[in-house]
Ligand binder design. Structure first.
Ligand SMILES: *Cc1c(COP(=O)(O)O)cnc(C)c1O
Length: 391
């Protein structure tokens, strides 16, 4: 994808460098006080201090805007810094937020526990229930937060329908598209007002940097950027360089991750030691038709339940040699985890059961290794615990 390499480039780099250099500086100088005064009067466009801007970070923001088909974008120190700064710039005491029940746990916690302390109300709704979403809207609702595909069941909400519900009421729709990537989905084209990514995942793609980005209309993004100037969750220039570098191969990586995940999901679904598989690219996924309508690929995460119990599932995970046990996803290295023992560890077992997070559930975040190696590794791990398949 050409845009992942060149999109958003505005001008020649310093020293005619092909690659955007890391402009590692905390502040910027003025030759004379007169120049400072012209800047303060708004007569020249430039940057004066590192919290307000950086050329390497700006290059990243322009590339993200291009990839999302957005007017503008802003980068942050992490996905959560992007989410929190964006949410805080769109609400005030007395306003109401609607969010989906399976969105990122920390987003949910921030809205349900933190914002409540400042008089911002919320309603949590199932993302696949349009009636419930519509019923949750109040006159004071300003913001709806959705996510797709979700973790770990990879649900895909009806983005165009939710978008038009929001638009008709003047509610801003913020979509966390971390699992989709702009290669598979551009939420702004389907009714979202703002798209947010944990660029820690697919966009940077190498499990070596934390970063968050948002993209949308210039007016909304500048509102959020202004809030970032106050809150200070800025991205370090070297981190921006790493994300820009990773982005150049995002299309190559994600296309391979799509293909490998689809192949693994299809294979797992036929496996006698696997009870159930969730992957939006499978016809058996409840949201398959919806996903097909708006997505051009279904991502690199496959979720499945083994046919054993929690202990057997743990043995299977431990028997895998290629995917490492770790949180996160989207990098070149495959990662594996049992959600019950990772992101849902501190949720009490009865609530976990209600959410469908069983001990037998496994989340496999596919990297860019050869899919045949990944499949053989899983086959061996399943056989080591459950025995060779019969027949
Ligand atoms: C990881 C993640 C986040 C948080 O991003 P950080 O970069 O870890 O702060 C938010 N949303 C989703 C869907 C994520 O996977």
């Amino acid at each position: 994808m050409t845009g992942a390499v060149h999109g958003g480039d505005r001008r020649a780099n310093a020293y005619d460098a092909l690659v955007m250099p890391v402009v590692q500086t905390a502040t910027y100088t003025f030759g004379r006080t007169e120049d400072l005064v012209s800047f303060m009067e708004g007569k020249v466009e430039r940057v004066d201090y590192g919290r307000y801007g950086n050329p390497t970070v700006r290059a990243l923001e322009q590339r993200i805007a291009f990839l999302e088909g957005a007017q503008d974008a802003a980068a942050f120190a992490s996905g959560m810094a992007a989410l929190v700064t964006t949410i805080l710039s769109l609400v005030k005491a007395g306003t109401h937020v609607v969010l989906t029940d399976d969105c990122y746990r920390r987003t949910r916690r921030f809205v349900t526990r933190f914002l409540t302390r400042f008089g911002v109300q919320h309603t949590v709704v199932p993302g696949d229930d349009l009636g419930a979403i519509e019923a949750a809207f109040r006159p004071e609702t300003r913001l709806m937060i959705g996510e797709l595909p979700t973790n770990p069941f990879l649900k895909v909400m009806d983005l165009p329908a939710v978008g038009s519900l929001c638009r008709s009421r003047g509610i801003k729709l913020l979509v966390d598209s971390t699992f989709a990537t702009p290669i598979n989905l551009q939420p702004l084209r389907h009714g979202a007002d703002l798209v947010v990514h944990s660029a820690t995942k697919y966009l940077s793609g190498h499990n070596d940097v934390l970063c968050g980005v948002i993209a949308g209309d210039e007016s909304l993004v500048s509102l959020v950027r202004e809030a970032r100037h106050d809150m200070g969750g800025v991205l370090d220039p070297h981190a921006a360089f790493l994300v820009l570098r990773g982005l150049k191969t995002v299309a190559l990586r994600v296309r391979q991750q799509n293909a490998s995940a689809q192949a693994l999901a299809t294979w797992l679904e036929q496996h006698p030691h696997v009870r159930r598989v969730w992957y939006p690219g499978l016809a058996s996924h409840p949201d398959h038709a919806r996903a097909e309508r708006i997505m051009s690929g279904f991502g690199g995460v496959v979720t499945f339940e083994t046919a054993g119990d929690e202990t057997a599932t743990t043995h299977m995970v431990d028997a895998c040699r290629i995917p490492r046990i770790a949180p996160s996803l989207g990098g070149v290295e495959s990662l594996i985890e049992q959600p019950a023992l990772m992101s849902y560890f501190d949720v009490d077992p009865s609530e976990r059961e209600l959410l469908g997070i069983r001990g037998t559930l496994v989340r496999y975040a596919v990297g860019v290794e050869d899919v045949e190696d990944l499949r053989a590794d899983l086959e061996r791990a399943l056989a080591a615990v459950f025995g060779q398949r019969s027949g």
